[in-house]
Design a protein. Structure first.
Length: 384
């Protein structure tokens, strides 16, 4: 007997919310769009959908808990689901309307909306059920495929964050084959018309469901929508047009970037045959600086000042990200006073820099020599 709870990775006493969350997560993970039709994922997606359709329905769940079956077609034998599965040859055919009613789509849209993100797109699910794996035929049109996004973490210093930096990044990812330049054809050979789609680049599929019969169009798997296939395959990529290889990418990190911000490099993600490449996301981690902190577009630092300098003023050398500067300490400075050095902070999007704020920490002498003590006594006599 199938353990629907195990399938969704939840406890027997899981709440409806837990069930929904678990399913949403699995559906997302094993989504045919993401897994490129990987059969293991397709099976998992199907199993998760089956488990969800039972456990999300109070009546079916109760029946399943008691009898290990949720009614006709829901049994352990596989029943209606075994026939072909979603997106497979049988498509949605095995489903009957009654089973489908257990699948509450309205809850999904609500759920996704309330989380403030389109984590779970209703259209995607429909597309996969009715249109079959690749290409998403749900809206009646074939969509161009897109490679996966790639994300990379890098660490930079505060100086690099303030002034910007170029980083060389090495990633191994699916890239266009550099021998055939993505065509998949052996260099010097010609292309021929794809037989699968008769050069159309797309194929029509007719599907039946309780909602009626409809025709969907999807991108041809054979030629990836191009209508042409190589007459002789490129030996390097075996005709795929893409292959995994290591690439060096120069990433420009813009001046002013903050810790945990992302830089997106358009179309630098994984390449996909006949489609457009995904994007690369570079997550930037800024190492804490020894004595300078960032506060918005300002930088702050502490400066230790001798008591005498605080009293009568003076000039002090100060280390900044722009190098050493001379700072004028005004007469009569107090502990905690903040001096502002203009335009030595962090640049904003328009290149305008914030300020460097220098907080004075006035050092009290621990011990006084006799002469010093006499001098201070004198000051005391003057009422200072
Ligand atoms: Zn090639
Ligand atoms: Zn084709």
């Amino acid at each position: 007997m199938k353990d629907y709870y195990k399938t969704l990775g939840i406890e027997k006493n899981a709440s409806k919310d837990d069930i929904k969350k678990a399913f949403r997560k699995l559906a997302h993970e094993h989504h045919p769009d993401k897994t490129k039709g990987d059969p293991t994922s397709a099976t998992k997606f199907k199993e998760a959908s089956e488990a969800y359709s039972v456990l999300s329905d109070d009546n079916k769940r109760a029946q399943y808990d008691r009898f290990g079956s949720a009614g006709p077609g829901m049994g352990s034998s596989g029943g209606a689901y075994g026939a072909g599965g979603f997106g497979g040859q049988g498509g949605f055919g095995g489903f009957n309307a009654q089973d489908f009613s257990g699948f509450d789509f309205s809850q999904f849209t609500q759920g996704a909306g309330s989380q403030g993100g389109v984590e779970f797109d209703l259209g995607d699910i429909f597309g996969d059920f009715f249109g079959g794996g690749r290409g998403r035929g749900s809206r009646g049109q074939a969509r161009q495929e897109r490679g996966r996004d790639v994300s990379v973490d890098i660490q930079i210093t505060l100086e690099e964050a303030v002034f910007g930096v170029e980083r060389e990044i090495h990633v191994t990812k699916s890239s266009l084959c550099n021998i055939c330049e993505g065509t998949g054809a052996k260099p010097g050979t010609s292309m021929k018309t794809c037989e699968t789609c008769a050069g159309q680049g797309k194929v029509n599929e007719t599907r039946r469901s309780f909602m009626g019969v409809f025709t969907t169009t999807r991108i041809c798997d054979e030629c990836h929508g191009k209508g042409q296939i190589p007459s002789e395959k490129c030996p390097t990529c075996r005709g795929e047009g893409v292959l995994d290889r290591q690439q060096e990418i120069i990433a420009k990190i813009p001046a002013g970037i903050d810790d945990n911000q992302m830089v997106r490099l358009n179309k630098m993600g994984e390449a996909i045959a006949g489609g457009i490449s995904g994007d690369m996301y570079i997550k930037v981690h800024v190492k804490p600086h020894a004595f300078i902190r960032r506060e918005g577009f300002n930088l702050t630092t502490d400066l230790r000042v001798k008591l005498t300098t605080a009293i009568i003023g003076g000039e002090m050398n100060i280390k900044t990200l722009d190098g050493d500067l001379v700072l004028k300490i005004p007469e009569g400075s107090n502990n905690g006073d903040v001096l502002r050095i203009k335009n030595k902070g962090v640049p904003n999007d328009h290149g305008r820099r914030g300020d460097l704020l220098v907080k004075l920490v006035i050092e009290m002498p621990r011990k006084l020599s006799r002469t010093a003590r006499e001098a201070i006594e004198k000051l005391k006599g003057e009422g200072v």
